[in-house]
Design a protein around this ligand. Structure first.
Ligand code: NDP
Length: 247
């Protein structure tokens, strides 16, 4: 596991948006960021799940969260700008984005891959990250030190058979992270971009990709949080353009 012990108030006063905040790793990251002092903006498509995370943050006595319902599949530029305007009216800056939401798609060879599904996976896993980052850029620029974290995968580095659109989307995610990191170095040195490869983690997506695996043998989303904290906080200020394993 990535070795980092976060100070208890590492993210105190920070405003952080997490996509796919209602379940799996995104839920764990939202609860963890809030526990370390951040105001977390919970973005996702299933409001009931977001409300459950919101309530848990409240029960824990952590800074009040905000809920942003958005289906990343096909959201228009206008919807992203509206979202940015809503956040601008509530918050003066944004200190972090965790791009976490993803679709698995089918575990099928490319020659049989349904183009409609391929397109959907690319919209949710790739396009949404570009449009969300662009829309929120003016708010990121207001932060003295903003961190954008992308979520990669082992198949974002080696395209193993039958990982289809998901693998293509994770290679694209790695490229998008590197582009932002390299371009921002000169123009916006207060904003850094990195990627996390979570590794095999006990979530619904993992269970659907590996139905015959015993989930109890896998680390939980809570177990992999040290890297999520490290890259969001001040101890990683000099880290930019890196793709790092959480395990
Ligand atoms: P889950 O399937 O458990 O969670 C995915 C989250 O993304 C859910 O909250 C889901 O919302 C949300 N989401 C999916 N589609 C949309 C959409 N159209 N609009 C808004 N939100 C959406 O996955 P994990 O927690 O396992 O995965 C988190 C990240 O980690 C992903 O990027 C994944 O690729 C990556 N990863 C995970 C690994 C693992 O072993 N678990 C390994 C390597 C990488 P809802 O609940 O409403 O469907």
């Amino acid at each position: 596991m990535f070795d980092y012990q976060a100070p208890s108030q590492l993210l105190s006063g920070k405003i952080i948006l997490v996509t796919g905040a209602g379940d799996g790793i995104g839920k764990a990251a939202s609860l963890t960021y809030a526990k370390h002092g951040a105001t977390v903006i919970l973005l996702g498509r299933t409001i009931k799940k977001l409300e459950a995370v919101y309530d848990e943050i409240e029960r824990n006595g952590n800074p009040q969260a905000a809920i942003v319902p958005l289906n990343l599949d096909g959201a228009s530029e206008h919807e992203y700008l509206e979202l940015a305007n809503t956040l601008k009216s509530e918050f003066s800056q944004l200190d972090g984005i965790l791009h976490n939401a993803s679709l698995l798609g089918d575990r099928t060879e490319l020659k049989h891959y349904d183009p409609t599904l391929f397109d959907q996976v690319m919209r949710v896993n790739v396009m949404s990250q570009l449009m969300l980052t662009q829309a929120l850029f003016p708010l990121l620029e207001q932060s003295p030190a903003a961190s954008i974290i992308f979520t990669s995968s082992g198949v974002g580095r080696t395209a193993k058979p039958k990982w289809g659109a998901y693998a293509v989307s994770k290679f694209a995610t790695e490229a998008m992270m590197e582009l932002f990191a390299n371009e921002l170095t000169d123009s916006n040195p207060n904003i850094r971009a990195n990627a996390i490869n979570p590794g095999a983690t006990r979530t619904a997506m993992r269970a659907s990709a590996y139905p015959n695996e015993d989930p109890q043998t896998l680390p939980t989303a809570d177990d992999i949080m040290p890297l999520y904290l490290y890259l969001m906080g001040k101890d990683s200020l000099t880290i930019n353009g890196q793709s790092i394993n959480a395990q």
